[in-house]
Design a protein around this ligand. Structure first.
Ligand SMILES: Cc1cc2nc3c(=O)[nH]c(=O)nc-3n(C[C@H](O)[C@H](O)[C@H](O)COP(=O)(O)O)c2cc1C
Ligand code: SF4
Length: 490
């Protein structure tokens, strides 16, 4: 993973956990209306893909176990992982693109209701993404995938010659020479693998995204409602289709790109279609970026504008993330696809302790506060969810008290210890298994391997615990054995 220049290992801050009564009186453990539903607390587990669905995107017992385990900690809300809205093969990514997925998803909802005693609200993140292919050997790319057009023939000094002649010439070139003659896009494909983008309007299916996506999202949201979810989170963040429409890198000239007002048009149309499909009292929010981080991308001023417009349109919550884009992704090895969390923007999305002096904790908070302020200045009270490097009660509480956000989410800390919200609330914070922010889990995600936390395996595996296929790792966090522990702080 990318690290800031001159990075060093930052120590985990010493944490002073609250007593049960302090936690009870805190903002973080206080309720909040979120559109048509009520959060019992402002604690939140954001979307995390655990790679446990079938290759057809169906719910498995391991998916149910994963969410049941988070629900045992009784957070205010859990957002189910990015779930594909189309009925197309997408590997083991959870899907909601057809009615046949509703039954499995209903079981996830039931498991969360049971395990949390009805205290946790459950949302599902709806995602659309464009095609990306693995990087191939240069020879294969030049002989099979590269399109030979007239400008390329001219750059090769082979105007009017056959494609075969052009390919022969290219095959004799070294990388430096190839960089001179290939178009920037072809060169990128050679180095990174093929990746579609929202600006590829020469492709009919990309040109028609504004006509197709509203219905795809709306139908998926209707299925989520049918399955019993309390609401949906539209995935407008990171490297995917909707975030790419919002990005300043979107230069489409069909009214859906260019200035902010046009880049937000499709995200608003998608939201409106979803709202029409699920009705006014169903919770619908979006996750988007405070900053794309990549060169030429959107900045916090854009995010402030987007936030105010989303609030005006009637969204029930705004969840802010940061970075996680393809444009600065590391070069993948031959046979692998580019991964959007490997460059600087990926670092800003999931910062690790190998960091600059700012450290990995709360790097997105100042910008989140700016977006919230813009929403408030525009006259809306829409709740804003903050995320990124949250590791302690004091930190979350300070964010809420300072009015920087209305809900505070924690992904990796909740993965390390799904019971941590409950432990803190009961005055047993000293028992929290603290995330080390070294991103072992993220490396597994990158390889599309079952995500687990390295800390789960510090205890011996018992016979009856579900494990990964190689038998080595726990698939869910070890149980919290309360009887082992000291008296809680009252
Ligand atoms: C294994 C893993 C999978 C993730 N999957 C998603 C996802 O499906 N959708 C999403 O918006 N963010 C995803 N994220 C990002 C997290 O929601 C969160 O924004 C990020 O980890 C930073 O928060 P943290 O510091 O609390 O971990 C994922 C993070 C991890 C570690
Ligand atoms: S593997 Fe566990 S300890 Fe490491 S970053 Fe992920 S959640 Fe935190």
């Amino acid at each position: 993973m990318w690290k800031p220049p001159n990075s060093r290992k930052i120590k985990l801050p010493v944490v002073d956990w609250p007593s049960a009564s302090t936690a009870r009186q805190s903002l973080w453990f206080s309720p909040l209306e979120l559109g048509g539903c009520k959060l019992e607390q402002r604690t939140w587990v954001p979307a995390m893909v655990p790679w446990r669905a079938t290759d057809q995107g169906e719910v498995t017992p391991a998916v149910i176990d994963w969410y049941r385990r988070f629900a045992a900690g009784q957070p205010g809300a859990i957002v189910v992982e990015a779930t594909g809205i189309r009925d197309v093969p997408s590997g083991p990514l959870l899907r909601i693109g057809h009615q046949r997925y509703v039954e499995g998803l209903t079981q996830v909802v039931q498991a969360v209701r049971e395990a949390s005693g009805g205290r946790t609200r459950l949302f599902i993140q709806l995602i659309d993404f464009l095609a990306i292919r693995r990087r191939v050997e240069a020879v294969k790319f030049l002989t099979r995938f590269l399109t030979i057009d007239d400008p390329l023939r001219e750059r090769l000094g082979l105007a009017g010659e056959s494609s075969d002649r052009a390919r022969e010439a290219l095959l004799r070139m070294n990388e430096e020479r190839l960089a001179e003659v290939l178009s920037p896009r072809a060169l990128e494909e050679l180095r990174q693998g093929y990746r579609e983008r929202v600006t590829d309007v020469d492709l009919a299916h990309i040109r028609e995204l504004p006509q197709q996506l509203p219905k795809l999202f709306a139908d998926a949201a209707a299925r989520a409602k049918l399955a019993g979810f309390d609401g949906v989170e539209l995935h407008y963040a990171h490297a995917y289709t909707m975030s790419s429409f919002l990005s300043a890198l979107n230069t489409r000239e069909d009214g859906y790109g260019g200035p902010r007002e046009q880049r937000i048009r499709l995200p608003l149309e998608v939201y409106q279609a979803v709202r029409d499909s699920v009705g006014g009292d169903y919770t619908v929010g979006a996750r988007f970026l405070t900053d794309d981080i990549v060169a030429g991308g959107s900045r916090v001023e854009d995010a402030c504008y987007f936030g105010a417009r989303f609030a005006e349109a009637g969204m029930d919550f705004l969840s802010l993330s940061r970075g996680g884009r393809f444009e600065d992704a590391k070069q993948p090895k031959v046979g692998q696809a580019a991964y959007p969390y490997t460059g600087r923007s990926g670092y800003e999305c999931m910062p690790s302790v190998y960091s600059d002096e700012r450290g990995p904790f709360g790097r997105n908070i100042a910008d989140t506060a700016k977006v919230r302020q813009a929403v408030r200045s525009a006259g809306f009270e829409t709740p804003v969810v903050a995320c990124g490097g949250i590791h302690s009660f004091d930190q979350a509480e300070a964010i809420l008290r300072a009015g920087q956000a209305d809900v505070v989410a924690a992904a990796r800390q909740s993965l390390a210890d799904p019971d941590w919200f409950l432990k803190v609330r009961e005055g047993r914070g000293s028992e929290v298994r603290r995330c080390e922010f070294t991103n072992y889990c993220e490396a597994l995600d990158q390889m599309h391997k079952a995500v687990t936390c390295k800390l789960w395996d510090h205890h011996d595996l018992t016979e009856d615990e579900p494990r990964t296929a190689d038998g080595r790792r726990r698939l869910v966090a070890p149980a919290w054995r309360r009887e082992d522990v000291a008296t809680p702080r009252a």
